[in-house]
Design a protein around this ligand. Structure first.
Ligand SMILES: C[S@@+](CC[C@H](N)C(=O)[O-])C[C@H]1O[C@@H](n2cnc3c(N)ncnc32)[C@H](O)[C@@H]1O
Length: 300
């Protein structure tokens, strides 16, 4: 059996009882180690807690070396651990398909994901639209296809969850070109960098999917002992020190319910200013009122 096991968001003990029982039965245990990190537990602590060796699985192993992960999984139990939920903003469907093709049974043991825990900021999960990912820009590569998705979400009033890039075990272009297996230190995007990139692309596109005064919520280290939330405008949070990773950002939709706003005010420096920015943002993006066709014809 191949077990896909969600570890939850932060603590080693966030794993479910069923997940832990499965891990303890497995002959090999892999920890997917490139889409997220378990903030409040080190590899050593996990190994001690499980009483097992844990093998770190980088992107290369999962995408090109899955035969090794699946080795003997038709006759033994193998665990593939994923921080959060195995299907929450990470697609491990490819590994599942490969296992099934090889006649290996697969069982998933779910857990909390950033995709649902983001509700901790008080914005209703029902009111979220498409999630986007913000990658680190370089001088020559500034992908902005996410901009249209923010625009579409905001057009129909929905909030946008922005997941921030993390780079673990990446090679510099020079080392890659020279075939040197030297890896850069891990990098995690901060809230201020994400906001700066949002401003840079709005400046370039000028379609006003949002403005520097659009309200956003920074969500840092969700589910960890140092979880922190901060609400402000994009311009304000471009200067916010969000501290240690992990971080996500939510761009408010223009339909912010009174109760959602009330909850967000806990996370602001200046409640009146934030309330005003939310109300102004809603006005700015309000669609023109609907006019029945016969009234339009009368006007002509
Ligand atoms: C590719 S997603 C993987 C999500 C994970 N599988 C899950 O279900 O939560 C990783 C990104 O989600 C966001 N994220 C994940 N956990 C987070 C947390 N505890 N607090 C804030 N953001 C988080 C960060 O932006 C991070 O770079």
């Amino acid at each position: 059996m191949l077990y896909l096991i969600g570890l939850g968001l932060s603590y080693k003990s966030d794993i479910t009882v069923r997940g832990l029982e499965a891990v303890r039965r497995c002959s090999r245990v892999y920890l997917e180690h490139y889409t997220s990190i378990l903030m409040a537990a080190s590899l050593e602590e996990l190994q001690e807690f499980y009483g097992k060796e844990v093998i770190l699985a980088d992107r290369e192993l999962v995408e090109s070396g899955s035969d090794e992960i699946l080795r003997d999984a038709d006759s033994e139990d193998v665990a593939f651990l994923v921080v959060g939920d195995p299907f929450g903003a990470t697609t491990h469907t490819d590994l599942v398909l490969r296992a099934k093709k090889a006649g290996i049974q697969v069982e998933t043991i779910h857990n909390a994901s950033v995709m649902n825990a983001v509700g901790a900021c008080g914005l209703q999960l029902y009111n979220f639209g498409q999630t986007i990912s913000m990658v680190f820009f370089t001088d020559s590569w500034k992908p902005d296809s996410w901009y249209n998705k923010v625009w579409e979400n905001r057009k129909i009033g929905l909030h946008t969850l922005v997941l921030l890039d993390i780079k673990v075990k990446e090679q510099s272009i020079e080392n890659m070109a020279r075939g040197r297996l030297i890896y850069e230190p891990p990098r995690y995007m901060s809230i201020s960098q994400c906001c700066e990139q949002l401003l840079e692309i709005e400046e370039k596109r000028q379609d006003q999917a949002y403005t520097p005064d659009t309200p956003v919520v920074a969500i840092s280290r969700l589910g960890s002992p140092t979880q922190t939330l901060k609400a402000g405008t994009i311009r304000e949070l471009a200067n916010y020190d969000s501290g240690e990773p992990l971080h996500s950002l939510v761009i408010l939709g223009r339909q912010c319910h009174e109760l959602e706003l009330e909850y967000l005010l806990q996370f602001t420096d200046d409640k009146d200013k934030f309330r005003t920015s939310v109300l102004q943002d809603q006005e700015f993006f309000k669609p023109a009122p609907w006019v029945p066709p016969h009234e339009l014809a009368e006007e002509d």
